[in-house]
Structure formats: structure tokens, C-alpha cells
Ligand binder design. Structure first.
Ligand SMILES: Nc1ncnc2c1ncn2[C@@H]1O[C@H](COP(=O)(O)OP(=O)(O)OP(=O)(O)O)[C@@H](O)[C@H]1O
Length: 279
């Protein structure tokens, strides 16, 4: 029998801000939430481990400050991890820890194998450039040189994310929040990545716009069979999107399981609170 390999494996990822001290460097130190009461070092992510499979959406939910964004930034190399390992099946057959690669290789991994959609579209888009050139930029970074092909792919993607083609030469700064997120999604998909990272992508949008963007994400999963990691503080978003869910609190994973299971039978008191607040 063929055993399915995860497309991403993360082992013991930790990220701290600060040097640590004798108090917090002992095993099982007593922390104040996620920071050391003595030296104030912040332990933003502690010992995060999981596998992600092809075509799967993994949800990460937790309150503000639980470490979700730090985790996502680490995966996209916006931040360097303090310790930990990450293996991508499509990079050197999943045999090399991506976190210890050179910055040049990290750039290449990012350009070829990852797509990122940020909560704040300013981080993901050049607001004054046309939507088309925003998408082309990512394709060029991934090594495409053929202008005709790039244009055709960009139009195709814009159509997919329901941006009227007659607006493709307009800059995202003219667009609504929902449209900007859809352009970010088109851009993130333009290099055909096996893994798409989505960080609070619907936060701040009107409910109906939010529903449209969530529908779009779901349809992209079905159509492209792409794996995604979706971070949100909102369990309703996670419920709609994620096959499996990780719950984070104070930088740690406190619960992990199939989303239905986590929702129906939450084990940790914090998860129970989150679930009951949905009712
Ligand atoms: N550059 C930094 N320097 C020091 N501490 C930081 C830095 N970035 C994040 N932190 C701290 O790390 C912890 C985790 O923050 P993070 O942004 O990952 O949380 P989050 O769950 O994404 O919350 P939010 O949704 O509010 O961003 C917080 O305590 C935060 O104050």
C-alpha cells in the first residue's frame, strides 16, 4: 500500500523575541501567558508540529497574541524561526530542512512553491500598479519570461477570482477591500504553488463580502487541489474552510483534530469557550 506523504511537515517550530534568561531557559519554565516574567522574552510560538496533506485545508485558530501570525510569517520566511524544522515534499524531496537553507534558497522556495495572502492587502500588493502587473510580478519572480503566456494566465486568474476583465489595468488602490483580497489571491496562485498561506484574509470585510471570499477559497481548493493553511481568530471562518484545525493559545498548540471533531467535542476549556461563543 502506498502511504501518502505530507506535502509539508513542521517539527518543533519555536520563535522567541528576546534572549531568554536562567528562569525561562530551564525545562518547563513558568511563563506569564507567552512571556517570561523575569526577562520579558516573548515565546510567540512554542514547539509547533504538524503535517499537511495534498488538497487539505488546515485551519489555525486562536485569540489575538496566540502566535498565529508569527507562525505564518515563519513559514513564509518573513521571520526567521528560533528553532525547528520544516520539510516541503516539492523541495529536495522533503529531505532538507527549509528553515536552515540560505536566504537565496528561501527566496526560491517562496517564489516557486508558496503563495501568501495577507490580512492587509498593502503587504501583498503594489497598490499603484495595475492588477495585471501585480500578478505578472509574481510570475516573473517564479521564472516566467513569456509575456503572452503571463498575460493569458493573469486574465485567466482574474476571471477565476471574479474581477471584471475591463478593470484589470486598474490599480488595486481603486478597488474595494473584497476585490483587493481577490487580487491578492489571484497573485498568490499565479506561480501555481502547492501551498497557499492565508492570514486573516476576511477579517475586516463586510459579512456578505466575507462570504464571497470564503466561497472563492473553497472553490479554489476544489478546482486546483491545492493545500492551504488558513489562520483566523474567527472559528466561523475556520468551520467553513478547514478540514483539520489546530487551536493555539499563548504560542502553543492546545488542540488539534478534524474540524468537525474539534467543534463537536472540544477537549480544552479554551476551545470549549470558542465553540460555545459560536452558538
Ligand atoms: N517583532 C516582535 N517583537 C516582540 N514581540 C513580538 C513581535 N512580533 C510579535 N510579537 C509578540 O508575539 C506574540 C504573538 O504575536 P502574533 O502576532 O503572532 O499573534 P497573533 O495570534 O497573530 O495575534 P494577532 O491576530 O493580534 O496578530 C505576541 O505576544 C506579540 O506581542
Amino acid at each position: 500500500m502506498m502511504v501518502e506523504q505530507p506535502i509539508l511537515s513542521v517539527r518543533n517550530l519555536s520563535k522567541q523575541y528576546g534572549e531568554g534568561c536562567l528562569h525561562c531557559q530551564q525545562s518547563n519554565p513558568k511563563l506569564e501567558k507567552n512571556y517570561c516574567p523575569v526577562c520579558k522574552t516573548v515565546y510567540a510560538c512554542r514547539d509547533i508540529s504538524f503535517d499537511l496533506y495534498r488538497g487539505e485545508i488546515l485551519g489555525i485558530v486562536g485569540e489575538s497574541g496566540s502566535g498565529k501570525s508569527t507562525f505564518m510569517k515563519s513559514l513564509y520566511f518573513d521571520e526567521n524561526v528560533t528553532t525547528g524544522e520544516g520539510y516541503l515534499q516539492d523541495y529536495k524531496d522533503g529531505k532538507v530542512n527549509i528553515f536552515t537553507e540560505s536566504s537565496q534558497m528561501k527566496r526560491q522556495i517562496r517564489n516557486m512553491l508558496l503563495g501568501m495572502v495577507y490580512q492587509n492587502p498593502i503587504l501583498g500588493l503594489k497598490m499603484d500598479f495595475s492588477s495585471l502587473s501585480n500578478i505578472a510580478e509574481k510570475q516573473i519572480a517564479a521564472g516566467n519570461r513569456h509575456v503572452g503566456n503571463m498575460e493569458a494566465r493573469s486574465y485567466d486568474l482574474l476571471q477565476h477570482v471574479n474581477i471584471p476583465l475591463h478593470r484589470s489595468k486598474e490599480a488595486p488602490k481603486n478597488f474595494s477591500g473584497g476585490m483587493q483580497q481577490r487580487i491578492q489571491i489571484a497573485k498568490a496562485l499565479s506561480n501555481n504553488p502547492p501551498l497557499l498561506l492565508l492570514d486573516e484574509v476576511t477579517t475586516g470585510l463586510d459579512l456578505s463580502v466575507q462570504a464571497d471570499v470564503l466561497d472563492l477559497i473553497k472553490s479554489i481548493q476544489r478546482e486546483f487541489n491545492i493545500s492551504m493553511i488558513v489562520v483566523s481568530h474567527d472559528l466561523a471562518v475556520i468551520r467553513m474552510l478547514a478540514d483539520r484545525t489546530i487551536v493555539m493559545l499563548n504560542g502553543e498548540i492546545i488542540e488539534h483534530g478534524l474540524t468537525d471533531q474539534v467543534l463537536e467535542d472540544p477537549q480544552h476549556s479554551y476551545t470549549q469557550q470558542l465553540v460555545y461563543s459560536l452558538l
